[in-house]
Design a protein around this ligand. Sequence first.
Ligand code: BGC
Ligand code: NOJ
Length: 820
Amino acid sequence: MKQFGHFDDARKEYVIQSPRTPYPWINYLGTQAFFSLISNTAGGYSFYKDARLRRITRYRYNNVPIDMGGRYFYISDNGTIWNPGWSPVKTELDAYECRHGMGYTVITGKKNGLKAEVTFFVPQNYDGEVQQVVLTNESSDTKTFKFFSFAEWCLWDAQDDCTNFQRNFSTGRVEVEGSTIYHKTEYRDRRDHYAFYTVNDSIDGYDTDRDSFIGLYNGFGDPQAVLDGKATNSFADGWSPIASHYKEITLAAGESKTLVFILGYVEMPADKKFEADGVTINKEKAYKMIEQYNTPEKVAAGLAELKAAWDKLLGIFNVNTSDDKVNRMVNIWNQYQCMVTFNLSRSASYFESGIGRGMGFRDSNQDILGFVHQIPDRARERLIDLASTQLEDGGCYHQYQPLTKKGNSDIGGDFSDDPLWMILSVGAYIKESGDWSILDQPVPYDNDESKAKPMLDHLTVSFYHIVNNLGPHGLPLAMRADWNDCLNLSCYSDKPGESFQTYTNPKFAAEGGYSKVAESVMVAALFTYAGPTYVGILKHLGKDDEAAKAQAEIDKMKENVMQSAFDGEWFLRAYDSTGAKVGSKECEEGKIFIEPQGFAVMSEIGKDQGADIKTLDSIDKYLNTKYGLVLNNPAFSKYYIQYGEISTYPGGYKENAGIFTHNNAWIICAEAYAGRGDKAFEYYSKIAPAFNEEISDLHKTEPYVYGQMIAGKDASRFGEGKNSWLTGTAAWNFVAISQYILGISADFDGLKVDPSIPKAWDGFTATRKFRGATYQITVKNPDHVSKGVKSLTVDGKAVEGNVVPVLPAGGTYEVVAVLG
Ligand code: BGC
Ligand code: NOJ
């Protein structure tokens, strides 16, 4: 077993020591509007707000070899051509290192006594990527070498860019002024934005046409201009516009030179688009942007500002346990991943092409659970965007595009779980911020302002959307799918090309498109888990009658589940459209599913009959493996048409018995809830990426972030991770470790401290900023139990129960919780 780098916790970096990682290991630059993906060999691309509609640089997914296209620097030194990040030339380097940090990446390569250190970052409040290159001659002789930059423009709409060649090969346009190359394709016509690539020094040439730079029969690894040692000063006219600077550099022994490149994006108002000649683009804003980062001092200041912003964000919740891996996940990487996932939902990663999916309704609502403490204001804005796409009956568009913020009608709606996540996310926002005013905020339905109603109304229709759509056992109808997009109990299909996500089976047309028999136990359990948050809100508002009415629905649902959906040792998954049980001991395959179990346990369904412990024990018995909990067992070995997409996957992958790290978290939470801290921690440490660092060659994806899935025991690649970065796993595992295992969670009326830890732990300490105050928390575990707060003191004074009341902002308070 092998690892490819190490954590540098003091600098909040992961240090990669070989460019040949088992898969590209990437980082994200930017958190506001301008975003870049960057791999450990500088592959990746940039976009503004929307990876589909406003793509700035081009990237080729599914390429051979993988990860082709990025921002590349080529050095031609006395016959040797190399890149600081090794690829795409792949000349063996004398030294290589990539440091992925919080919003920045530093790649360093050395060859024949020349060192090139490149720092990439997107500064705060800035629509561009800054790339600082420090070239140092570490040899004892003077060196003269040639230096080239390279970026390939995307023609803005990434989907169109990779399909509509008959048009796109004739639209590309550029301008060159000094050391700046402007990409202005379609700017004259219908666009109000352009991009630029610049360097803060004079240049000896440039290229703006890809074929002139690379050569028609060459590749990124052997561009003709670099082989020839000279730019061609090409001018793109159609085809594929690029931006490449060329400079000859001489460095005396020991001498260094710093170049600052900026890849920027500019929007101009319609009346200011051009110079007086009506043709030349107005570069006023670009000049200002260039001015902002045209010296190493300004770059250093920008980087310091970025680091300070991250230190502040990560200072909100900080723990010190006896386990370094827990500390680095909680304090650094898991929170960082929560920010990235919050920003991008499931749109752009090395597994998401940026054109497939916009912002997911269920996904983004769940992302808020892990992000809300970082910047509650941004969470609030997101909640309003999401709720604005909801329909008046509580149903939801499943996705929206970030640029338009409108529900995406191609994907449609009718996913049975969607509305419930909004109850949890709005609840989490109020608990964190204490901002009850969000409930009064008018929020449109279906993006129609004339249909605006207070946010509270959105929660009400969400709750009753479930209550109003029940099946024969009084359980929620499964509709298109629930959380599991691949359990399509109505939308199954036997023809290739019919997307499981959008296809509607004519068989159920008479029933309104979906079976009125297929029911989801997972949604039932999610309803009983999320419902109390809605009730809590109503009670706080003094709406006791409505609260009682809602509570009665929750109680009824629990009864219905116990009556029709407890299988003896665990909860059923669903009823299919023929009324047959799904996820039952009676089934031939897929006898037990993970999804309903955790929520059912945490809702205490059938607790008085021991259903919780029986269920948790069954999970351990049937779903637990060396690398985490599989989603279902046994895996499906044939196609069960009535279940839809799930059994299209070979056993052990994805929703067919893969280890879905997202819902592993629900079980971690449930084990912690039930007081079984050791089990909770066992499951946590199986999937938390830092714990898998030593098996990186098997695990394959980045050891600093979660992936959606680890191949399950039925797969030949058991233990291999996939789909890293953008997954609800980030938020839910942060919830699991911080709120359930470490037990520190925001509540409506204070900060709850109720850990459920491994018995061996002596305790831990934590710092939590909450509603403007700082809580220094010490948890002591003298009796070596898992759960149960025996005493709680604030500044030495005893507090009843386990909730520290909201204390005056600005202050710092010592909280001591003793378990026993
Ligand atoms: C995947 C799911 C995903 C869905 C929606 C399916 O093919 O297996 O994990 O949620 O597509 O894009
Ligand atoms: C990934 C999707 O983004 C998410 O919405 C879904 O719940 C899971 N896959 C499970 O199918």
